[in-house]
Design a protein around this ligand. Sequence first.
Ligand code: GLA
Length: 391
Amino acid sequence: MEIIETIEKKFKEIFNEEPLIVNSPGRVNLIGEHTDYNNGFVLPAAIDKSICFAITPRSDETCKLFSYDMYDSYEFGIPGFEFSTKGWPNYLMGVVDQLKKAGHKIKGFNCVFGGNIPIGAGLSSSAALEAGLIFSLNHIFNLGIDKLSLVKLAQKAENEFVGVKCGIMDQYINIFGKSGNVLRIDCRSLEYQYFPFDYKNISIVLFDTRVSHSLASSEYNQRRKECNAGVELIKKYSPQATSLRDVNVEMMKEYESKMDPVTYRRCKYVVEENERLNKACNALEVHDLKSFGSLMYQTHEGLSKDYEVSCTELDYLVELTKDNPKVYGSRMMGGGFGGCTINLIENDAINEIKSFVKEKYKSMFSIDPKIYVTKINDGTQIIRENTIAER
Ligand code: GLA
């Protein structure tokens, strides 16, 4: 609530108008990592860390932005704008760029935004910016864009303007997230299903390594290439396979002798991860969080050994509490090479585990880790209408 008030106040101070207020959350992903760009399944949830937007339409074609967290402003015109070396405006210009390309008629706008999603922690602050803005613009300009198209445009903003070839998970969960539920997304059909995840005795706790190794984006693109190379080879033997989604663990074994070992390990991980996710959803249906948690550990093992996107800090955090019966599951989350581990922990043990992890991690890496106990929240939504928006 505090953030909303701060952003609204700043907006009124700069623009002296009543804005539309929109809340756009970060996300966690319980299981299903590096599967979205392989047409597989993911199981994310929107969380109670978010970016708040205060926004009004203008009658000219100027866009005035103020990032509260950077305490920095930026202005651009809709007819023509370019990639900014400042960084943060690109996530927003990318959205305007996509709306223009899709033929939507928008005018300029005034916008102040800010929040508490830690940047670089793998909680999708970039998707929150893109999806939050496109949602807001859709509303203030009455564009009538459906939710799934908002997701696709926001993802394209990141792919094309920002230049990061991410999959669809982050923008999807930002728009479709629902309080108390995780969302199983089929990244091929783009269909989804909610699974209740609302336990009195268990919380989702994030341990933030506070490192972000520079390998992250180059290795991410490299993994995409390796998976595609694997699919090309598989196609020679199974022409009906168009992605790793069409391959199962049994089939994979046949390809072991035909693929180079690295490609094989990458593909094997993805194929196994899709199967794990389905098992994890079955476990959720019977509220078997112990089984769910042990699948998370298996995912970590795969990400670390076969997919090779973990790092010393993440591996250390997962190992640290592995023997603690109060920790049901733990794994690295998101793209990898830093960011957070996601942990399922019994509430009555959280405080003790927090102190333990903080102390051990600090003495190992001389870094104070951050620890977030999260709640599953709704996706991007309007907090307060403004009168101008209803014109
Ligand atoms: C990043 C990307 C997502 C997804 C994850 C890995 O968060 O933005 O699309 O690929 O990595 O699961």
